[in-house]
Design a protein around this ligand. Structure first.
Ligand SMILES: Cc1cc2nc3c(=O)[nH]c(=O)nc-3n(C[C@H](O)[C@H](O)[C@H](O)COP(=O)(O)O)c2cc1C
Length: 253
């Protein structure tokens, strides 16, 4: 039996919007300057350097085929903390910069039109050398931006994910927001499906990178939108939470 509501929702999955969009009217084609590649921050904000890409210490990685073959959603984490080198590796694998020249920045994950509309927030609970609290990853600098301290993080993370307690037990929770305008600037009404596709690539890299270092993660798309937006202190309109993934060390078999 046809269901008009479902039919309407299914339209989101199609690329028909591309044929219906007047690309001459996008901000890019109207000559509006592009939005920043990374969300700006105050010049005097507290930032933490991360071990540089490719020079991680104390990480024994398994090979790619083993990581792919073993990948699974892990919802049980050890109390053991992550090291800063491990966190640096996970951030690099999910949003890191792999090539940069004056005009272009390319990352370790693909993105439609290379627009990279996602930002990575971290709820840090157990990472050696990093005070618990909320941070934002700065891919261009490969640094962490300290945002704020939050009381009762496990409870708030669990509540904001509709009672999924394993999220509150993670060593660190990756929370991805999107700044839709970064994609809309180029694609207008055709921006939103590709934003969701982009988020999938980022999370898959996190799965594989976790497997490679004896950590585990689980994609989480079931969450309370307003509570989560409030938790990372974004406005829910110009920037909003789209996906998250708790990470922790796991029992090695
Ligand atoms: C888009 C997406 C959303 C998901 N959301 C949740 C979630 O909110 N909570 C959860 O426990 N697992 C979630 N998962 C994990 C799936 O349940 C899991 O991938 C699936 O059961 C298959 O298991 P596997 O990942 O171990 O192969 C999600 C996975 C994806 C890809």
């Amino acid at each position: 039996m046809p269901d008009p509501l479902l039919d309407r929702r299914r339209e989101f999955l199609k690329d028909t919007i591309r044929l219906e969009t007047d690309f001459s009217q996008t901000d890019q084609n109207r000559g509006v300057p592009p939005p920043p590649l990374e969300k700006p921050y105050a010049a005097d904000a507290r930032r933490l350097g991360l071990p540089p890409a490719g020079r991680w210490e104390g990480i024994e990685m398994i090979d790619l085929a083993t990581a792919v073959g073993d990948r699974q959603s892990r919802r049980s984490f050890n109390p053991e903390p992550l090291t800063l080198d491990e966190l640096s590796f996970l951030l690099w694998a999910t949003q890191g910069v792999r090539e940069q020249d004056s005009g272009t920045v390319l990352r370790t994950v693909p993105s439609a039109g290379n627009r990279h509309a996602l930002e990575t927030y971290l709820a840090v609970q157990r990472v050696n050398g990093v005070e618990p609290g909320f941070y934002r990853y700065l891919p261009l600098e490969h640094q962490l931006l300290h945002l704020f301290h939050e009381e009762q993080m496990p409870r708030k993370l669990t509540e904001a994910t509709l009672g999924q307690a394993f999220v509150g037990h993670a060593a660190v929770v990756f929370v991805w927001t999107v700044i839709p305008y970064r994609m809309e600037w180029r694609y207008g009404l055709a921006a939103h499906k590709v934003i969701a596709l982009d988020a999938g690539h980022v999370c898959q890299n996190l799965y594989l990178a976790c497997e490679a270092i004896g950590a585990g993660t689980c994609a989480v798309a079931a969450y309370h939108q307003q509570l989560m937006d409030r938790l990372v202190r974004v406005d829910g309109q110009e920037e909003l939470v789209i996906y998250l993934a708790p990470v922790g060390k796991i029992q090695m078999s």
